[in-house]
Design a protein. Structure first.
Length: 272
């Protein structure tokens, strides 16, 4: 009953609804990432709210894992802080249920904790808590049938990553099985803020032809970079390390998160 009341009260959007709304306004999406439970359960409530207030359209809420192969040092350390503060799967779902935000929430984690918990059980609990989609970067599309079936059953989007090295054949499989949005990896390597936008980003945006919204992540940290990616044809940008670094620094966190979100969102208001 609590979950039902939460969903009714908040009217949390689905990912497709959010992108439809933004396309109608000719805006790109700002997708913000933070680690659940970093630095604490209580702090995360204010952090996510600050991102929404600053203009984030979708929020990725990371579930910490001990071996995050896609994450750079900033997010790795955030995961360690969250685990040390007591974050686990049940606390994660409780946090999602408690959040007073209306934007879609996406769970980003790795396959091991999902598999150990039970794929069907994890997806069902995520849906009940108010998660709209899953990103599991270390599961290949060819091995994701069980996860995809569970997501379809419970109404969650399964979001896949596409890198500059992804073959055209694999892109076709991803387009057949993915939904919500495509996570386009802007450069080779792990997550982390960069000073420039890689040329491979524009090439990848041009190569992937689909009606599924395309969001670019890995390395974006400024409104100028967001505007550049938007002009190159992206439907959204994904920003994580720049937000997580503010949390790590621990000074005026919510105010600074809101300010950075507002700056990044301004870049997504630029029309192509």
């Amino acid at each position: 009953m609590r979950t039902e009341l939460n969903a009714i009260e908040l009217k949390r959007q689905k990912i497709s609804e959010k992108f439809g709304e933004l396309r109608g306004k000719k805006e790109g999406a700002l997708i913000g990432y933070v680690m659940a439970g970093d630095p604490s359960f209580e702090a995360s409530l204010g952090i996510v709210k600050a991102l929404e207030k600053g203009g984030a359209d979708i929020i990725e809420l990371g579930f910490p894992f001990s071996d995050p192969v896609a994450d750079g040092p900033t997010i790795q350390v955030a995961g360690q802080r969250a685990l040390a503060a007591g974050m686990d799967i049940e606390r994660y779902f409780e946090l999602v249920r408690t959040l007073k935000v209306e934007v879609p929430l996406v769970c980003m984690t790795y396959y091991n904790p999902v598999f150990r918990y039970g794929v069907e059980k994890f997806v069902e609990k995520a849906a009940e808590a108010g998660i709209s989609g899953l990103i599991i970067p270390d599961i290949p599309v060819e091995e994701a049938a069980d996860l995809k079936n569970s997501c379809d059953t419970h109404g969650l989007d399964l979001i896949f990553l596409v890198a500059p090295t992804t073959t055209d054949a694999r892109i076709r499989k991803i387009l057949q099985r993915g939904s919500g949005f495509l996570y386009l990896v802007s450069r080779l390597g792990v997550t982390g803020a960069r000073a420039d936008v890689a040329g491979s980003t524009k090439e990848l945006l041009a190569r992937v032809k689909t009606d599924i919204p395309k969001a670019v992540g890995f390395g974006i940290s400024t409104g100028k970079q967001a505007a550049e990616v938007r002009k190159a044809g992206a439907d959204g940008v994904i920003v994580g390390s720049a937000f997580v670094r503010i949390i790590e620094e621990g000074k005026d966190v919510n105010e600074r998160l809101e300010d950075l979100a507002r700056e990044l969102k301004s870049g997504m208001l630029e029309e192509n």
